[in-house]
Design a protein. Sequence first.
Length: 54
Amino acid sequence: MTPAEKNFLLLQEIEASRLFLLMAYQQNPKLLERAEPRIKLLFDKNTQQSGACR
């Protein structure tokens, strides 16, 4: 496997983890209340983008 292929797989794993965490925050608002400000900001941006698509 080439380094580029390894990097691509790593990026896919990172994205899957990011989506999992966003889903966990969405399903459990208490988690989001105690999250770091940068996590809250990420979640706020994500919800704004998904709301704009509707």
